[in-house]
Design a protein around this ligand. Sequence first.
Ligand SMILES: [Cu+2]
Length: 116
Amino acid sequence: MISRFFMLAAALNLSTAVLAQSPNTDHSAHRPVDAPASVPASQPTTEGEVRKVDKLQGKVTLRHGRIENLNMAPMTMVFTAADSTLLERLNPGDKVRFSAEKRNGVFTVTGIELAN
Ligand SMILES: [Cu+2]
């Protein structure tokens, strides 16, 4: 009985040691997942409709719904594309979901996808 008790105690100590160690391991392992708090904000969340695409200038005119992260009411306006490849598949009339943020004072589309 005594030796069994010690084995149990040893097992508990071992699991405690593992538990005490795991936060460090998990922390570094999960950090890339947890860290980009900006990712949810840059996910396409705002509904819009493409009015005009200027692929040469890298700009797109969108009639958009409310943009929460910019505290912007619905309107039609020109956005600069963060990456011109974002505009490749867009055509006037397309229903889209997009994300936008203000970069250096410029309203910039950081992600956009066709809604249908
Ligand atoms: Cu706007």
